[in-house]
Design a protein around this ligand. Structure first.
Ligand code: SF4
Length: 184
């Protein structure tokens, strides 16, 4: 673990719906116990701008644009253990449904061919993240130490994996209790 007196945990969501983060909050009051044991680093709910070296990162969502790629590589570089959290991160899931079509077809359908945007334009601003031609699962971009499937994963499974890693154990996937390990 890092030299910090408390292990550091960081979280991030890429292309996803935040449901995996919400599932994590389902550990209820144990999050208060966890907060005493760890330092929550950069995450969507903290105001930390730069990601320091951390012990465990929870990465939710699939890789949909170039900004996601850069963020993910940074998390990989700075994390001792990186967990792909949820079906979108593990295999693409919902965001990857657009892979059945070309990116151009998706953009035309979203911005040009709908009645709600009769005079629509496909946004092209320089400040917009550039979409990847295909949505990628996290393990296709960086090495992943643990994959935790589920849409969202069960809070108990997240708790099991996270607390084991923070205790310095190297849990095997088969050790996660069967009743909380799910594929959706
Ligand atoms: Fe949302 Fe499910 Fe994807 Fe998690 S796995 S980000 S809950 S769609």
């Amino acid at each position: 673990m890092s030299e910090s007196p408390k292990p550091k945990v960081a979280t991030v969501w890429l292309g996803g719906c935040a449901g995996c983060h919400m599932s994590f909050l389902d550990i209820d009051e144990r999050i208060l116990d966890l907060a005493k044991l760890v330092e929550f680093s950069k995450s969507p709910i903290t105001d930390i701008k730069e990601l320091p070296d951390v012990d465990v990162s929870l990465v939710e969502g699939a890789v949909c644009n170039e900004e996601n790629v850069e963020v993910l590589k940074q998390y990989r570089e700075r994390s001792k253990f990186l967990i792909a959290l949820g079906d979108c991160a593990v295999f693409g899931n919902l965001p990857a449904m657009r892979n059945m079509f070309t990116l151009q077809e998706c953009l035309e359908e979203a911005f040009l061919n709908t009645e709600s945007t009769p005079n629509g334009l496909i946004p092209t601003g320089e400040d917009l993240p550039r979409l990847l031609p295909k949505v990628l699962p996290v393990p296709h971009v960086v090495k992943v130490d643990y994959s935790l499937p589920g849409c969202p994963p069960d809070a108990e499974a997240i708790w099991f994996l996270l607390t084991n890693l923070l205790e310095g154990k190297v849990p095997q996937p088969t050790e996660i209790p069967y009743n909380v390990f799910k594929f959706d």
